[in-house]
Design a protein around this ligand. Structure first.
Ligand code: NI
Ligand code: MN
Length: 225
């Protein structure tokens, strides 16, 4: 499994020959101006919630790729009405796609479209593939529900928001990594806006103090899990 950070909360995940794009927000992110949206591949687009900083580039990319949108019922219905393909899922539900099994899990946050219309309840995703399992938390506070995740999947990587203000910050993310029983963390949802700027060295140290590794990628950089 190969994961490329596309800035903010946007990820491109390659599993076998499939590309799974998560929360595409590229053209609205000045820090990601070197990412060419025309070159983005996607067989599936996973959306954690409907906020603009997670869905901005969905339509442009779907038109290019004909990708299937996977999200909660309200978000998928919104895109199906616009003529795009989608697979609705809701909290606690699993579905096996050709790249692996996806579970939509709880997130403590809000979810409205940019025009204020209802975007269902926000979530995160657990992806179990043939080789590796990952958790994409989405925008969320620290929540006890995270303790349910290791009952279901042994994680190889937890992708956690660390920017604070709109989501958990670093200290809560360290606790979240305990709750999900994972010592390798990819941090996201930080530094994009003034509200979520962090001290990266301190963040890495906070995890290191608990014998955990926080990975922070440059925009466009990849890791293999
Ligand atoms: Ni949000
Ligand atoms: Mn967000």
């Amino acid at each position: 499994m190969n994961i490329t950070f596309l800035g903010h909360a946007s990820l491109s995940i390659e599993i076998d020959n499939y590309t799974i794009l998560v929360d595409p927000f590229i053209t609205g992110n000045p820090k990601a101006s070197h990412i060419d949206i025309n070159g983005i591949k996607a067989d599936y687009i996973l959306l954690t919630h409907a906020h603009q900083d997670h869905i901005l580039d969905v339509e442009v990319i779907v038109k290019q790729t004909n990708a299937i949108i996977v999200s909660n019922y309200e978000i998928v219905t919104h895109y199906q009405k616009l003529g795009y393909k989608g697979h609705p899922i809701n909290h606690g539900g699993n579905w096996t796609f050709d790249f692996g099994t996806v579970k939509y899990v709880n997130a403590v946050h809000t979810s409205s479209f940019p025009d204020g219309s209802y975007g269902g309840q926000p979530g995160g995703f657990v992806i179990q593939s043939k080789s590796k399992n990952i958790y994409i938390a989405g925008d969320t506070a620290l929540t006890y529900d995270m303790k349910l995740i290791p009952l279901h999947a042994k994680l190889d990587l937890a992708i956690l928001p660390i920017g604070d203000n709109f989501t958990m910050g670093i200290n809560d993310a360290v606790i979240a990594s305990d709750f999900v029983e994972c010592d390798t963390i990819l941090g996201y949802h930080y530094d994009t806006f003034e509200y979520i700027e962090i001290n990266k060295e301190e963040a890495i140290k906070a995890f290191k103090n608990k014998r955990k590794q926080l990975k922070l990628l440059d925009i466009g950089q990849s890791i293999t899990v």
